[in-house]
Write a protein that binds this ligand. Structure first.
Ligand code: GLY
Ligand code: MN
Ligand code: MN
Length: 412
């Protein structure tokens, strides 16, 4: 049994009665004319199969204690193979997912109809889909479309959301997942070091972004975890600045928030450093406040505390310290996000709620910041923490962040 088969077994164990779970890998979204946005697989489908191809459907079921799993994929297409390459074969799909029964997508409807008809009078039977949908403005997911179709033919069937069940599993990372996150962070480290050593006044933010991406490619990593933020001066006070197209000026600080993606697992790292390689006294003063706040979180992150409590530590620390540094407005004027979120197959991974108690195996970010718009200073320092039995391990410990280390790298 491979890791995906074990996860499928664990998932069905968490559901009490007879059930079927239908998950779609998804389809690329059309961009314009005949072009699509790059495809990114539904993370829950990937978590349970290890497959990241379009137009695949997995159906798990357990009826009268008989467990069944099957996969539906598109057939080989010779013309398509000549234009864009061959589709995955049934054998390859089995090899990766450990699902033996693989059929063509065209057989899905009949199989689902068979399941539904067979369980028409079974009061225990529930049908699960991944009903997660970021906003009602977005186009319906393949799962939502399929649910609507089923409700027309089988109005009495009980449809439930599998997302909370998978989410609960995904919040606690297994060894394979932690290894993948470590690898993503290791590649990110190389990129950040290259940026630190090559930054200088007059460079455009997009060159810094490109430097990061180039190092990823050098390391055979073809994907960032999210859109890189590369912001100089005052622009670093915009939390999710995305233009990355301004010149970096002498005397300014630079903020990057970025991460490599490895086997779809994300790194989420922020570093802030001076464009000319040397912190001014004021920049160093503010930087070290953020660093102290970050250390406070690292010291307190462990099973039993919540992310809300970790964030309160930062807010309380700033309340005490900021006025001593001439920052007299409310803390919320200088620090306007939270210190942590879960990290995994998504950068903003499963939202367990700020009040949820941390557990061994959670991976969270530690990202305090200070944003002083009228001084043109935006600083965020972000590491990724693995919650252990008694505390946490900083997975980003090798990425330079002390003033001394950063200045040393800039000097060459
Ligand atoms: N990169 C987005 C975040 O840190 O939450
Ligand atoms: Mn980040
Ligand atoms: Mn983050």
């Amino acid at each position: 049994m491979n890791i995906y088969a074990k996860r499928r077994e664990k998932l069905l164990k968490a559901i009490k009665g007879d059930c079927a779970v239908i998950l779609f890998s998804g389809n690329a979204v059309n961009k314009s004319e005949d072009e699509c946005y790059p495809f990114d697989v539904n993370r829950n489908f990937y978590y349970l199969t290890g497959l990241e191809n379009e137009s695949m459907i997995m159906v798990l079921s357990r009826i009268n204690n008989v467990f069944d799993e099957r996969l539906f994929i598109l057939p080989y297409d010779e013309l398509l193979a000549k234009w864009v390459g061959g589709r995955m074969s049934k054998e390859e799909a089995t090899e990766i997912s450990d699902i033996r029964n693989v059929d063509e997508c065209s057989a899905l409807d009949d199989f689902v109809a068979y399941l539904l008809n067979r369980n028409r009078k079974n009061p225990d039977f529930e049908l699960f889909f991944d009903l997660w949908h970021y906003s009602s403005e977005q186009a319906p997911t393949p799962a939502l479309k399929y649910v609507n179709k089923i409700k027309e033919s089988h109005p009495a069937v009980i449809v439930k959301d599998i997302y909370p069940y998978i989410g609960k599993m995904r919040l606690v990372k297994d060894k394979h997942e932690v290894d993948c996150i470590r690898k993503a962070i290791e590649i990110t480290n190389k990129g950040v070091r290259k940026m630190m050593s090559s930054i200088k006044p007059g460079i455009n933010e997009m060159v810094m972004e490109g430097t990061f991406r180039y190092v990823l490619y050098e390391n055979l990593c073809d994907k960032t975890a999210f859109e890189t933020i590369a912001a100089g001066g005052k622009r670093a006070t915009i939390l999710h600045y995305s233009s990355n197209n301004n010149l970096l000026e002498d005397g300014d600080m630079f903020l990057c928030d970025l991460g490599a993606s490895y086997k779809n697992y994300c790194a989420d790292i922020s570093r802030s450093f001076p464009v000319n390689g040397k912190f001014t006294r004021r920049q160093k003063e503010i930087y070290e406040l953020v660093l102290k706040a970050q250390k406070l979180v690292e010291k307190n992150a462990r099973p039993g505390v919540s992310m809300r409590e970790l964030n309160s530590l930062v807010v309380d620390f700033y309340k005490k310290e900021l006025p001593k540094h001439g920052l007299k407005k409310d803390v919320g004027e200088y620090y306007y996000h939270s210190v942590s979120h879960h990290l995994g197959l998504d950068t903003h991974d499963i939202d367990g709620g700020m009040g949820a108690i941390l557990k061994e195996g959670n991976v969270i970010t530690n990202e305090p910041g200070l944003y002083i718009e009228d001084e043109g200073i935006g600083i965020r320092i972000e590491d990724d923490l693995l919650i252990t039995k008694t505390g946490c391990t900083n997975l980003a410990v090798n990425i330079p962040k002390t003033v001394e280390d950063i200045e040393k790298i800039a000097k060459g």
